[in-house]
Ligand binder design. Sequence first.
Ligand SMILES: [Cu+2]
Length: 591
Amino acid sequence: MTPTLVSPLASFVDGLHVPRRLIAKEHDGSLVVRMRMGEHRFHRDLPVSKIWGYEGTVPGPTIETERGHPVTVEWRNELEGPFPVAVTTAPMHADAQGVPVQCVPGLSGGTADRNAVALTGHAVVHLHGGLTPAVYDGWAENLLAPGQSAIFHYPMDQRAALLWYHDHVMGITRFDVYAGLAGLWIVRDEPERELGLPEGPPFEVPLLLQDRNFDLDENGRLTGRLVHKTDPEVMEAFAPFTVVNGKVWPVLDVQPAVYRFRVINASNARTYRLVLVRNGDPELDRITQIGTDHGLLRAPTSMPSEGLVLASAERADLLVDFSDLAPGSLLTLFNTAKAPFDGSSYAATRAEAAADLAGLLPHPEVMQFKVVRGSAQRRVFPAALATDYSAPSPEELADATRRMILLVERELDGEPNMLTMRELAPVEDSDGTGLLTVTRNGETTRYRAVAAHFEDVTTFFPVLGEYEVWQLINLTGDTHPIHVHLDPLQILSRRPIRYDIAEGGIEDLAITAAVTLERDPADQLDHTIDDNERGLKDTVRVNPNEVVEIAVRFTNYSGRYMYHCHILEHEDRDMMRPFVTMPMELMPFMA
Ligand SMILES: [Cu+2]
């Protein structure tokens, strides 16, 4: 029996906060958003925290836009130092009682990182999910210093969806987003409106999920100061307190009606597997998923039997039916995903008992819904949702350029292992070492790593308008949410692999490993594509012992973009690479 931790904060005492709406058409499509130091109370019983936020709030205002109506945002960097988060690496993974340090508040014997203390507020704004020209996409190195501003043009020539804007500064995205620099961005359009879905308050509610930790004073009391804590064994920060729209474990009063929740995982690293529980039993059939990262699915889907999995940056558009419930009914949302997440299963029926200290999940609660008086409103929604996309046909993919991306864990002396990636190219030579072999149906192909770091030479040049197939091969023990900027992607396949890595086989470019496309006997995962993943995505989970094939097609904008793991601690440590889109007619002139 694992010990459980008593939380120093009470759950379900703060009302859910809904971020202020900033509706673009009320400002003629021209917005000003300031990045500012702010003060924010994460919980009734916490002192105020210093944060960096858009308009000084956590989350930032929800920007609402219409398809076909371009939006201009003047992003003004008015941030002031010092950096409001205490960044530390604790000296031990666990305390004397065996409790992992990431499960508790405070610095756990770590010292505040001096380089983080010295940060003064450089920023880059990226609209995640935006079909945005490259110059406005928020290249990670094109910084805005405090006092500087930039005017970004967003064409909004894209289908209705929940996007989000967040900081993307090279090397410190994990700190800037943790400090508060994130907000929601909704695109609406007529085809979606014709379905009669809830739009705006009270029945459409965004839920932005994050995990946060706080410092302690010398008497062991919570101070409210944000803490980003890692340890010698875990390079990602998994914080113990779940924060929804900026409040720890909030409660939302709901009428007996159907609600539309626009859910996003905006955590640095934590994956959630959400289960709705009433009277001790999971009630997943109250929930219907209608949309994913890039908007509506073709048809509504029910929840996966173990719950809704959302890795960092994934979104879900959910309808939840409370209409049959009497006033006073309580429903609690739990997270059953241990951290780091590796895809392993956990029964929804045991959601209330999901606390797992070894799995860095001390408090599985997420939020609560309390049914209040109101006239019951049942609604019938259409069985068909979107008709504007379909899976690419085999003919469309027959001549597609294929690219291979390897996700690897590199051991480093004196610091935690680095989770990173390699771009591969097939090679003819057969000299044994430094090559990755992939064996499929007895046939073996050899590959050499041609890029390892963000600053290595660009090797991906997708032609505008043409489908490509990217293969993501995971040789690590963790699930990685891989995000591709610009146009949405579709998941083609998810298949089991087994692999052997030679002793010291993960070097910079020399990778000595053998992958076989068949199941590892020790592998427990089912490697299926969930129904809710068969839509237009921009972030795809790649589980351990798995190869995932995605179809990408870039349409309108040429230029230099990025793709990366959306675990921000991985992205910041080189699990990010550039690609350059170009029209076909210019390819003959590329050197
Ligand atoms: Cu990753």
